[in-house]
Design a protein around this ligand. Structure first.
Ligand SMILES: [Fe+2]
Ligand SMILES: [Fe+2]
Length: 271
């Protein structure tokens, strides 16, 4: 299976760029599955129903969220009826929406996408490792799924790397999100799981995590907590990873970084 997983999309320009580029990437790379973290799609905070529909129409299969899931309150009713929009699975029981989504490809192959949120320096949710352990007992690679993808939305690199190793050999890809900076550690772990600590954001990197720098800098220099953080408006970079998996084992055979447009050094997968 050929998979593209992209990190947190921040604001309108990045949304527009992804909507333009995803159909092209799907075709050029022969993608079977596209996963996008969209917790910052709506001006940096959450996502709306219309935005979700635009991403799905452009060829995104699953949208994942994170600590900004509920920033746009209207999403509470939409997430309850849209299985392709998922939020961290380790939220308390009865939280609206689902933490995982099953995708059936046109040729019948199946993938599962799950999202978990870390608990170090971020919201205090249920232990993501315990949750994943139980989930993996019910969802086994090669038994019903050709691929399993985990978006681990976490702050601490240690927690993310630990999750990668915890899942090694049991899922196809663990990609980190939330920190909005791509890490240079895309690799295949010993037991066949593709891993990256953070996929990076889809947004303008001449910014602080995708938001205009001057207001964001004030939070550090003057300890002024401005309410007016807004997305930077330079050319965005699409960031993520391209992964190929073996349909028989479900494990990864290739992982390459993806960086397209904007200020970062370009990285386009060679197929
Ligand atoms: Fe984010
Ligand atoms: Fe986040």
């Amino acid at each position: 299976m050929k998979i593209l997983a992209c990190g947190d999309v921040v604001g309108k320009k990045a949304r527009k760029m992804l909507i333009e580029k995803i159909p092209e990437l799907r075709q050029k790379l022969g993608l079977d599955l596209v996963v996008l973290n969209a917790e910052n799609a709506a001006h940096g905070f959450g996502i709306t129903e219309d935005m979700c529909k635009a991403f799905f129409a452009a060829g995104v299969d699953v949208l994942t969220m994170g600590n900004h899931t509920w920033d746009k309150r209207d999403i509470v009713s939409f997430i309850a009826v849209e299985p392709r929009l998922i939020r961290p699975a380790n939220y308390p029981e009865h939280t609206p929406g689902n933490g995982f989504c099953e995708v059936t490809l046109q040729d019948g192959r199946k993938a599962a996408v799950i999202q978990l949120m870390g608990t170090l320096f971020i919201d205090p949710l249920d232990n993501p490792f315990s949750y994943m352990q139980k989930w993996l007992e019910q969802h086994i690679l090669t038994q019903g799924y050709q691929a399993i993808v985990l978006d681990f939305h976490a702050e601490a690199t240690s927690e993310k790397m630990a999750m990668g190793h915890f899942c090694d050999g049991k899922v196809s890809l663990v990609f980190g999100t939330h920190t909005h900076v791509p890490t240079a550690d895309a690799m295949i772990l010993d037991n066949g799981t593709a891993y990256i600590t953070d996929a990076g954001m889809c947004g303008d990197y001449h910014s602080v995590l995708g938001m205009k720098a001057p207001e964001a800098v004030l939070r550090f220099t003057d300890r002024i907590r401005s309410e007016h953080l807004s997305p930077a408006e330079g050319e965005p970079t699409i960031c993520g990873v391209y992964v190929e998996t073996d349909d028989y084992t479900g494990l990864a055979t290739k992982i390459e970084p993806v960086r397209i447009g904007g200020r970062l050094a370009s990285a386009v997968p060679m197929c």
